[in-house]
Write a protein that binds this ligand. Structure first.
Ligand code: CLR
Length: 467
């Protein structure tokens, strides 16, 4: 499957130039004065960016969109749920090792992509708070949502809450599924290698049949066996367990029946015991809440200075780490847990991640799909909406290796955005998104942004110039 995808790849498979090394730059020196702040309010040097807008990064959810087609081809609702749940997990796979910051979209910025039988349109519908909306459609499915990422800097880690929700509709079955994203945490801001984990519970609900897939993304834990692990059950409306799903969001999702799972657990009880439960060492941290005191003590033990002096001088009111703290030795990337890889009898593989391209390390750890997202394809210059990310000069300059040019353009664009907002102030009508409208998600009854249609008519006559 993977080989075929690579062979049939019609798009670019690298960026114009390799990335600039970040080795000589200290993230800590930028962030040390910002503890407790919302990261969208911090101006970060362009060197810590990747040459994509968050709208493009959001479209990476679509990399394994064929799973939604597969779901729509199944006549059994439980089989459909298996594929939709696999899709929900696969949508996160491209985040693995991706530690550059995507550009904050400007208000009104858009991104479109047409691929393998689907097309997707995204728009930045709000600037404060930042909200990005997307709507993808094909003959088999509709996939839409709005994301309001909250980034909080906690000292040695950044905690990300991708607030908002996503919905899959399978028109053929009159079904809608929805879920919310799990939290994400970037570790080792002060010292060591940056690494990311996703943790929490994702509940994929089929609003028509009442089936649910309840998936737990496990925090790495003190002894790292659970690194990137995901597992959970598909249950029916009476909460009866029907299937067990397990895998890693970075690699694969498999499915087995509950009987085989229970048998396996009985026979392999020793593998499920955690080191922490042998009475030695601390127990794994499952909840993301810690007392500031405990974290301060940990930070102080790093002997990097600033915390002690800051907290004594009172310039930092509180330091709390919103994320699980898994490392036993400070700053370490948890080791892979391959020795514990479980393969339960009677399992079938629902999804497997494609390996990253060979040149990925020189290109921001991009997947092949990500490599192509900012490509200016033939015919695009004439037909693209003037607010499309591909036309953003700062992102373009960064992918071409012009760091200073990118930084200058980024500043210019942000000023232009501020001026436009000032000019609008007082005028009635203010600003409203072009392609989405604020409304209630009919399935979840929660606030959402819904596509108002019309983008693909490509009538871009009255689109403001935001770049
Ligand atoms: C994770 C999957 C969610 C949507 C989402 C929202 C915000 C994204 C996050 C994802 C991945 C990590 C991310 C974050 C915004 C900034 C952060 C890209 C895609 C990067 C890694 C932060 C770098 C900051 C430096 C201080 C290292 O469904």
């Amino acid at each position: 499957d993977h080989d075929r995808r690579v062979r049939d790849w019609k798009y670019r498979s690298s960026l114009p130039v390799p990335m600039f090394s970040r080795n000589d730059f200290s993230l800590w020196s930028v962030l040390k004065n910002c503890i407790g702040k919302e990261l969208s309010k911090i101006t970060m040097p362009v060197i810590f960016n990747e040459p994509l807008s968050f709208l493009q990064r959001m479209v990476e959810y679509m990399e394994y969109a064929h799973l939604l087609r597969k779901a729509s081809e199944e006549s059994d609702p439980i089989a459909r749920m298996q594929y939709v749940a696999a899709f929900a997990v696969s949508a996160l796979a491209s985040n693995w090792e991706r530690l550059g910051k995507p550009f904050n979209p400007l208000l009104g910025e858009t991104y479109e992509l047409e691929r393998d039988g689907y097309r997707v349109i995204c728009e930045q519908v709000s600037h404060h708070p930042p909200v990005s909306a997307f709507h993808a459609e094909s003959k088999d499915f509709i996939f839409h949502g709005s994301i309001h990422p909250k980034l909080k800097f906690w000292g040695k880690s950044v905690e990300i809450q991708p607030k908002g929700q996503v919905t899959v509709e399978l028109p053929r079955w009159g079904e809608a599924y929805s879920w919310t994203n799990v939290n994400c945490c970037v570790h080792n801001i002060i010292v060591g290698k940056l690494w990311m984990e996703q943790y929490g519970t994702m509940e994929v609900v089929n609003h028509a049949s009442g089936h649910r897939a309840i998936l737990t993304f496990k925090p790495a834990g003190w002894f790292s066996k659970d690194l990137h692990r995901v597992e959970g059950f598909i249950i029916d409306r009476h909460k009866k367990k029907l299937h067990f799903l397990y895998g890693k969001w970075t690699e694969f999702i498999r499915c087995t029946d509950v009987g085989s799972y229970e048998e396996y657990v009985k026979e392999n009880a020793h593998k499920f015991r955690r080191d922490g439960e042998k009475g030695k060492g601390p127990t794994p941290t499952d909840s993301p809440s810690h007392t500031p005191k405990k974290v301060l003590a940990k930070l102080n033990s790093l002997k990097v200075g600033p915390f002690k002096s800051n907290s004594q001088s009172g310039s930092n009111n509180s330091v709390d780490d919103g994320c699980p703290i898994p490392e036993p030795g400070d700053g370490d990337l948890p080791k892979c847990d391959s020795t514990y890889s479980i393969d339960i009898p009677n399992s079938s593989t629902l999804w497997e991640a494609d390996p990253r391209p060979e040149n990925t390390a020189e290109y921001y750890q991009f997947t092949l799909f990500a490599m192509s997202l900012n490509e200016m394809e033939d015919g695009m210059p004439e037909k693209l909406c003037p607010t499309d990310c591909r036309l953003r000069p700062d992102i373009r300059k960064l992918e071409e290796g012009d760091i200073d040019g990118a930084a200058a353009e980024k500043t210019r664009l942000e000023e232009k955005q501020r001026d436009a907002r000032k000019a609008r102030k007082g005028k009635k009508g203010d600003w409203s998104p072009k392609w989405f409208a604020h409304g209630m998600n009919p399935y979840t009854k929660e606030e959402d942004w819904l596509y108002s249609g019309g983008y693909w008519d490509r009538d871009f006559g009255h689109i403001p110039d935001i770049f």
